[in-house]
Design a protein around this ligand. Structure first.
Ligand code: SAH
Ligand code: SF4
Ligand code: F3S
Length: 488
């Protein structure tokens, strides 16, 4: 393999703040070099080089994609829409379930002809690239992938790209371990009125089924001052809603040795003028504290929506999953949250068919769904992941049985979601408009504070506006409304 370097553990040895500063300056130098190459290209051909982004997985990847887009813009590339040819096609990948990985391989494979025809190439990044067997497969089978990096060395992308452009040799570098947090990387956000803000990277929980701690490293919290400075700058730029991101936001600050920092952060954001809405994801039930519940009640900007994955309703399965709470604890939490914030919308994640799940265990999951009555749920069939605790655990239920359980769960949940949504009919709700609806461009679409998708007919583009919308029809997945008043 040409020019393959694997800089294992390098980030660990570079822990000083001035080291970090040096690295971001180094990154600026590499960006300048690529920018110069692109300026030469424009002068010679009259054409600007382009990129497109294909992002898979969760909000962490969406946020990382904004950093990658920021770097590419800085280096003189222009973004094109997904259906247009581009010089660079960047994949930000996810490996949380096998079908995510398969989809990515097939997308990458399908592009070999386009790359050959147009002289373009693929950059592959994200969680999937943290797994050595994946980079091996890419090396062998996908020769149109020219640059590879992982979740821990995004800041190195300009150097890796520059090396490929100047040498013509493929560059694959993935750091095995996480480094210290690097602030001030370039960013090109997907929209102005709302923003994702990282607060804690990585995960320490090692749920038995989950690959995330292996590909995102251990928990590292950003300093509260850095988070607040970012949100103040966003507000000054017209942002109205922030979503705070972490695999487990409830453990924000633990690694800094500060207790209850997440609740304190919410109180501080409450004081920032211009921000109207605060959301966060994800909360782990084992760490959701009384002080957080109090903050959710007292901070008026914190939206009435909580995503609280429960994964399984049976204590036996929860224990085997290493989730460290019981169904009783979860139900008690839900009661306490609803006491504090009565109209809160609750959403969740559920896994069906975890190894050893019996019919009785599954009935416990259905029972919990019926008791809590979630506004919506992401439901998944268990997918074994290489290197996780549960990878080799025996699957006792046949595939057909698991599919049947999954179908039943979806039916029960959809019925509950439809019943809950019907309560919106006739009500007027506050909607922050995201822009034209993806499925029907004649309609505008936005979200309520409770996270419900609302589509409504309106003249012109209302992106970023806060409106009162009267709901005329409600379904499990979206509401249809009519604009009644603009709030500004
Ligand atoms: N940090 C978040 C979510 C991480 S992954 C949390 O703790 O809730 C998002 C969801 O994917 C998980 O909540 C879980 O429901 C699901 N998931 C993770 N690994 C999975 C696997 N191996 N098979 C099926 N679903 C999985
Ligand atoms: Fe995965 Fe569990 Fe960490 Fe969530 S808390 S990312 S499910 S290991
Ligand atoms: Fe996927 Fe990585 Fe998120 S594995 S779910 S993109 S943290």
């Amino acid at each position: 393999m040409e020019n393959v370097r694997d800089r294992k553990n390098e980030s660990v040895s570079c822990g000083q703040d001035d080291g970090i500063l040096a690295r971001s300056m180094e990154s600026a130098d590499w960006m300048e070099q690529v920018r110069n190459l692109n300026t030469e290209h424009v002068l010679k051909t009259g054409k600007v080089r382009t990129y497109r982004l294909d992002v898979f997985g969760c909000q962490m990847n969406e946020r990382d994609a904004e950093t990658i887009a920021g770097m590419l813009t800085n280096m003189g590339y222009e973004r094109v829409s997904p259906d247009q040819p581009a010089d660079i096609i960047v994949f930000v990948t996810c490996c949380v379930r096998e079908n995510a990985e398969e989809r990515i391989y097939s997308h990458i494979g399908a592009l070999s002809h386009e790359c050959l025809k147009n002289g373009s190439f693929i950059v592959a990044s994200g969680c999937m690239m943290q797994q050595p067997h994946v980079t091996e497969k890419i090396k062998k089978s996908f020769r149109h992938v020219k640059v590879v990096f992982g979740t821990h060395n995004i800041h190195e992308f300009p150097r890796l790209l520059c090396q490929y452009l100047t040498s013509g040799k493929r560059v694959l570098e993935v750091w095995e371990k996480e480094g210290r947090i690097i602030e001030d990387m370039p960013i090109k956000r997907r929209c102005r009125h709302k923003a994702w803000v990282n607060i804690v990277f990585g995960c320490n929980n090692f749920c038995a089924y989950c690959i995330v701690p292996y590909v995102r490293g251990r928990e590292r919290s950003r300093k509260k001052e850095d988070v607040l400075a970012e949100i103040r700058a966003l507000a000054a730029d017209g942002c109205r809603e922030v979503t705070l991101l972490g695999q487990n936001v409830n453990s924000y600050g633990n690694d800094l040795g500060v207790k209850d920092l997440f609740a304190r952060l919410l109180y501080d954001i409450e004081e920032i003028d211009g921000i109207d809405r605060v959301r966060f994801t994800t909360s782990h039930p084992k760490d959701l504290s009384d002080s957080l519940i109090r903050a959710m009640k007292e901070c008026k900007k914190v939206c009435e929506h909580l995503h609280l994955p429960f994964q399984a309703g049976s204590n036996r399965v929860l224990e085997r999953m290493n989730r460290k709470y019981t169904r009783e604890h979860y139900l008690d939490l839900v009661d306490r949250i609803r006491d504090a914030v009565p109209d809160i919308a609750l959403t969740t994640d559920i896994i069906v068919g975890f190894p050893g799940e019996t019919e009785e265990d599954f009935e416990d999951t259905l029972d919990l769904v019926r008791r809590v009555r979630f506004d919506s749920a992401f439901t998944f069939i268990y997918s074994p992941r290489k290197g996780t605790l549960a990878e080799k655990w025996e699957q006792t239920a046949p595939h057909e049985v698991i599919s049947r359980r999954f179908k039943r769960l979806v039916e029960v949940q959809t019925e509950i979601a439809t019943q809950l949504a019907s309560k919106y009919e006739g009500k007027t709700v506050e909607v922050l408009v995201d822009g034209p609806s993806k499925t029907n461009p004649d309609m505008q679409s936005g979200r309520t504070r409770t996270g419900k998708l609302v589509n409504f007919r309106a003249e012109g583009d209302l992106t970023g506006q806060m409106l009162d919308v009267k709901i005329i029809r409600a379904g499990a997945f979206w509401l249809e409304g009519r604009e009644v008043k603009r709030r500004g």
